[in-house]
Design a protein around this ligand. Structure first.
Ligand code: GDP
Length: 298
């Protein structure tokens, strides 16, 4: 097992007691420990560098207080910086003043979008909302069926093209779904879109066209936490191609080290809003930046 970052920092400062300020050597030693811990958590290197620069600057300015020993003080700074990058407070969904609220999901194929759509719909339903799931992923032959299955499990209606009808026109389906939701008084529409295994110009354009057809109140970028720092490239491509308001991390049950969370939030400046940690529809919650920060530290 790796030593935790808190343990590493505590060990670094073992010999250091009662000094007025942290010395440059102490700060460098701290930076080394943080660097190793973040790289082990699979955080992208540029993010690690930027993070260390911010912590160093704050550590230099900090008086070693009476109440905290140097290790505790640096741990406090690291914790605060981590929470800030991850979005500070939990960023809640913004509901439209005029229903329906439109939530669009974007991300690579296999990221967990369809599963997430079901999880989100159930979560919304449990809050007294009337969600409608929309099958605008017409790329994968089984995607519509898969959404229908999760919709059934969640007890939520699914808007999908009639068989043989609308196939190949995900933008039309998405547009029609809003009319349908408005007339049937659904108050939240969750639009599942297609994703390829790699970033693909045509599908990115399709996602942008769906965005323009449905005017999402929230576009959520869904990303598999297990891809760690590789999430940065995908996140940037989606930010450029479609744009998004928040990030959803999936498969945190497979990798809870936080590399993807920290890298994506830092590079895109978008908060992580939800976390998914399992295949069951109930394995889902809003994301808590401070809990992820403690996980990275402890
Ligand atoms: P999509 O292609 O983005 O729509 O991805 P899917 O929703 O089809 O998910 C791809 C695979 O990942 C499926 O086998 C899901 O059961 C699985 N999956 C989705 N979310 C999670 C999660 O949070 N944890 C785990 N372990 N598996 C997940």
């Amino acid at each position: 097992m790796f030593a935790t970052l808190s343990d590493r920092l505590t060990a670094t400062f073992k010999t250091l007691r009662g000094k007025g300020r942290l010395s440059e050597a102490d700060i460098d030693a701290t930076a080394r420990e943080i660097r190793v811990a973040l790289l082990e958590a699979d955080v992208a290197l540029p993010v690690v560098k930027e993070f260390i620069a911010a912590v160093k600057e704050r550590a230099r300015g900090a008086e070693v207080s009476q109440a905290l020993n140097p290790a505790q003080q640096v741990i406090k700074i690291v914790n605060e910086e981590l929470v800030q990058i991850l979005g500070g407070e939990t960023r809640r969904l913004r509901f439209a003043k005029q229903p329906p609220t439109v939530i669009m999901l974007a991300g690579l194929q296999g990221a967990g979008k369809t599963t997430l759509a079901g999880k989100l719909a159930l979560w919304l339903k449990n809050q007294g909302k009337q969600p409608l799931l929309v099958a605008a992923d017409l790329q994968r032959p089984n995607a519509v069926n898969q959404l229908q299955v999760v919709g059934e499990q969640a007890g939520v209606a699914v808007f999908a093209p009639e068989p043989g009808n609308g196939v190949g026109d995900p933008v039309g389906v998405a547009r029609d779904s809003i009319e349908h939701a408005t007339s049937k008084l659904y108050d939240v529409v969750v639009v599942d879109t297609a994703g390829r295994l790699g970033v693909d110009a045509e599908l990115m354009q399709q996602a942008a066209d769906i965005r323009d057809a449905v005017h999402p109140d929230e576009t959520l970028f869904v990303v598999d936490a297990m891809i760690g720092q590789d999430a940065v490239t995908t996140a940037n491509a989606f930010l450029d191609g479609v744009g998004f308001d928040g990030v959803v991390l999936t498969k945190l049950d497979g990798d809870a080290r936080g590399g993807a969370a920290l890298s994506v939030a830092s590079v895109t400046g978008r908060p992580v809003m939800f976390a998914s940690a399992g295949e069951k529809l109930t394995d889902f919650d809003v994301f808590h930046p401070e809990r992820m920060a403690s996980r990275i530290l402890d």
